[in-house]
Structure formats: C-alpha cells, structure tokens
Write a protein that binds this ligand. Sequence first.
Ligand code: UDP
Ligand code: MG
Length: 136
Amino acid sequence: MNNLEQTLSIIKPDAVERNLENEIKEMFKGQGFLILKEKKIQIEKSEAEKFYKVHETKPFYNDLCDYLSSGPIVVMVLEKENAVLGNRELMGATNPKDAQEGTIRKKYGISIDKNSVHGSDSVENAKIEIDFFFKD
Ligand code: UDP
Ligand code: MG
C-alpha cells in the first residue's frame, strides 16, 4: 500500500504572471501533497530545450521552449503517496478545454500552450526532472 513518490511540478509563466502561485500551491496542499523543495527562477531557452527534449520533433517545440523561458516559473518537488499520477490528475488534461472540473488546468489554464502547470508523467521521468532542477 505504501508508495510514497516524489514528482516535479512547475507553475508556468502564464500562472506566475497572473499571481496564481499561492492558489495553485493551496490546491496541491489541499490534496495532501507536501512541497519538499521549491524555487522561483527564470530559465534560458537552451535549458528549456533540454528540459523538453522529448518533444524536440514536435511542431510546437520551439514555441514551447520560448514560452517556458519567457518569464519566472516556480519549480517544486511534491511528495505524496502515488504523487506522479495524483499530480497528473490534479493538473487535468493538457488542453484546458478538455480538463475536468476541479483540476488546475480547468480552473486556471488559458489554452493548450498556456496551461499553467507542468507535471512529470512517470516515476522515471520524475527522477530525471527533479535532478534537472535540484541536483546539488
Ligand atoms: N503543448 C502545446 N501544443 C500541443 C501540445 C502540447 O503547446 O499541441 C505544450 C503544452 O504546454 C504542454 C507541453 O507542450 O503542457 C508538453 O506537452 P505534453 O504532451 O507533455 O503535455 P503535458 O504532459 O504537459 O500534459
Ligand atoms: Mg508531458
């Protein structure tokens, strides 16, 4: 039963810009996530390209990397039982139009590109993404 996991969450530029940082953190805490680490940073486009390398062949890759590096973001390590899946559920569908009521993207997402949050999609990628931002 015990399956404590950590996952990487990013509050993306559209949400930081609208001062939604605290509201979104409250949604995580309300669902029992612990915020183990957090920092507000702005990354270079070259770093965004590394972070999103899995998408490098996609038509939206260049715009996505421009966007993620366009303003401050908040990166966090979240911890909870089954945190990876739980975070994906709380985030909602990639396109806010398809997101369920009660999800972060339904509540705050503007569009498929400005969808307010990132979350790791597997335990393996969570480890890679946490290391990417928090390796000492
Ligand atoms: N994205 C986009 N256009 C698309 C699909 C994705 O701009 O048609 C962006 C969107 O910001 C998304 C990110 O690329 O969050 C990564 O895409 P992915 O399919 O991994 O979605 P996620 O895991 O964030 O739900
Ligand atoms: Mg993804």
